[in-house]
Design a protein around this ligand. Structure first.
Ligand code: NAG
Ligand code: NAG
Length: 458
């Protein structure tokens, strides 16, 4: 080796060590150099139920699989009690419907999940990463107040094979980021923790908490990547609650409007291109899109769940009703096009998410899909990366430009008669039911005139 070459090697070595130290010092930042073209993701997996969907996921042959939460159902659901001393459902409930499991119970549930034959087979060839949602965090709808979070963080990280010396085991919360692929063809995956620091529902407080916000800011302003996938356990774009209230509310970023604005503003200000969200939680699959956050179509691909699905909880003959209600929901941000299995463009049977990148196409093309148990797409979007690039755009809630246009109009900004369509229909159906019952009672009384009881009294 000549001197110049030696110097060159020395420089490379020192730089590598430097980069290594820097990378090692940043919490939970992991780099992998192999080109990634297929990523799958999923959520809501009951460890005690059969999970046949793994076959379809394995067939898709993902290089990376991302868990988006409810990876196990850790907490314990008590039997429904509408009446009595301890009532856990209805507006008059006075005790919780879910209770946390013990550490031992959580552990054995994780063991069951991890030893599922399909999932075990997937893990042989696929890198598995993930975050959590409420049921694996330890308690239904829980946030920062839940005191099992420290123990359960350890159990989740064990399940994900996080190395014992990983900084992720020392931080408060399970958020993490990964960069896959060679320079120029990199994919960054940012996994958020929407539980550990989350303020109570209805507080309009914080979801991420200040330390995670600082971290996220650094991640988004950091070195650019062709694609950035942000994983959030709960939906970011869709705000279903706006159309299902006052009957029921779901968890979502929409329930924390201030925090959601902050997220959109950060994304817009960072000028990062190629960003999209993936989410879970709701027990159906759909793709939503918001064009007024970053100035380019910002997608949220929801895949939920591996076993849990809204249609499965009602008997087969009523599936049409679930589909009808899904179709009736005025979801302004949902992507409704010819690429859907169902008319509603939601899918209420088990599903998973599939991301494919054609790096060799010009321009590079991104294909994001929700797929069923057979691996067939039920909703999907294909977009050239060149369409997902930041332009001069600043996010503002008062920015009325284009607010009325498709994929910008929020659910809450629809006329009330459209927004509350479901509630109006449900109240109407209830009124008809009550009237019919009253009518029948009246008829019965009429028929009863002159019945034996009455005669006796006379
Ligand atoms: C999970 O599956 C088991 C077995 O089918 C069932 O008994 C249990 O209620 C399910 N749990 C949830 C949360 O759906
Ligand atoms: C989402 O819907 C809820 C319930 O109607 C509402 O309070 C909230 O402001 C909505 N959020 C957004 C961002 O529209």
């Amino acid at each position: 080796m000549d001197l110049a070459l030696k110097w060159w090697w020395l420089t490379v070595a020192v730089t590598a060590i430097g980069v290594g130290v820097v990378v090692g010092g940043v919490p939970s930042e992991t780099k992998h150099n192999t080109l990634v073209t297929r990523i799958a993701f999923g959520s809501c997996a009951n460890q005690s139920a059969p999970q046949p969907i793994w076959n379809a996921i394995i067939k898709f042959d993902p290089q990376v699989f991302i868990w988006l939460g409810d990876n196990i159902y850790g907490d314990i659901r008590l039997p429904n009690k509408l009446f009595g001393k301890e009532r856990n459902i209805g507006p008059w409930k006075n005790t919780p419907r879910f209770v946390p499991a013990t550490e031992q119970e959580m552990k054995s549930k994780y063991e069951k999940a991890k030893s599922n034959p399909g999932y075990s087979r997937l893990r042989q060839n696929t890198k598995v990463i993930g975050t959590w949602d409420d049921h694996d965090y330890g308690l239904n709808d829980a946030g920062k107040e839940f005191d099992g979070k420290v123990t359960n963080q350890r159990l989740l990280l064990d399940f994900l094979d996080e190395p014992q010396d990983s900084p992720r085991r020392k931080q408060a919360g399970v958020y993490a980021s990964y960069t896959f692929g060679p320079t120029g063809r990199q994919i960054k995956v940012i996994l958020l923790d929407t539980r550990y620091h989350r303020d109570p529902l209805r507080s309009d407080g914080s979801i991420l908490g200040s330390s995670q916000w600082k971290w996220l800011e650094k991640e988004l302003y950091g070195s650019s990547t062709a694609i950035t996938i942000i994983g959030s356990s709960v939906q970011v774009i869709s705000n279903l609650s706006a159309t299902t209230g006052p009957f029921f509310y779901m968890e979502s970023w929409g329930r924390f409007p201030k925090e959601r604005d902050q997220l959109f503003k950060l994304l817009a200000d960072s000028k990062r291109g190629g960003v999209f969200f993936i989410s879970g939680d709701v027990h159906f699959g759909e793709i939503t899109r918001y064009d007024c956050a970053t100035g380019y179509p910002l997608y949220d691909v929801t895949a939920s769940g591996i076993t849990q699905a809204v249609e499965k909880v009602v008997p087969m003959p009523l599936h049409f009703l679930v589909r009808f209600l899904a179709w009736l929901t005025p979801a302004t941000l949902r992507v409704m096009d010819g690429n859907c299995r169902r008319k509603s463009c939601t899918y209420g049977m088990p599903n998973f998410g599939a991301v494919e990148i054609d790096w060799d196409a010009t321009p590079v093309t991104l294909k994001i899909q929700v797929r069923d148990t057979d691996g067939n797409p039920v909703a999907g979007v294909t977009a050239p990366l060149s369409e997902l690039q930041a332009r001069n755009f600043s996010y503002s809630t008062s920015n009325k430009v284009g607010k009325r246009q498709r994929h910008c109009l929020l659910e809450v900004d629809q006329p009330w008669i459209v927004r509350y369509r479901l509630a109006i229909l449900a109240s109407g159906a209830l009124a008809i039911l009550v009237l019919t019952m009253l009518g029948m009672i009246w008829l019965a009384t009429l028929c009863c005139r002159g019945c034996p009881l009455k005669k006796k009294r006379d």
